[in-house]
Design a protein around this ligand. Sequence first.
Ligand code: FMN
Length: 169
Amino acid sequence: MHATATPAVDLNALKGVHRTFVTGVTVVTTQHEGTPRGLAVNAFSSISLDPPLVLVCVQKTSSTYESLFGSRHLAINILAADQLDVAQTFASKSQDKFATIRWHSGEHGSPVIDGASAHLEAEICERLQTSTHTVFIARVLDAQHSDRAPLVYSAGGFYDGGRLLPVGS
Ligand SMILES: Cc1cc2nc3c(=O)[nH]c(=O)nc-3n(C[C@H](O)[C@H](O)[C@H](O)COP(=O)(O)O)c2cc1C
């Protein structure tokens, strides 16, 4: 038995730290048993270019989770600055999120959202478990981008990624 337990990190301090980290907004989608599924995700990162690996973290309580876990492929749609409504739809618990948006099936079968800034289609190669989330590691099979500015997420707010001010010279 340990004499002193590791002190728990202060949750407000932790939230404060996370609020300083600026991200884009993605919608992670999959086609499972003929039904398109998806949720808004900002826990997205590139792992490496060669091999072309990316990761997304998805909470196990998400209604999309089981479909994603059971799928071989997924798509990561990086939303454009004029797609706030799409972000809100996929951050909701709506039963049919795809009914109100424009989308098509990508080359590898996952739903691709029309008008997004960019998208990747990828094959899931690892599902790393934590108690509340699964980290999906996936190998990119197709990568497409446009000149549409991305939607930016910072400290709970959404911003136009086309109107960022440069710093430095
Ligand atoms: C900007 C933003 C980022 C989010 N990022 C994540 C994320 O990285 N992982 C996650 O599991 N949920 C994330 N969420 C929450 C889910 O999108 C939300 O819980 C959604 O309702 C899940 O839908 P579902 O239960 O229909 O799958 C995020 C929400 C927003 C608004």
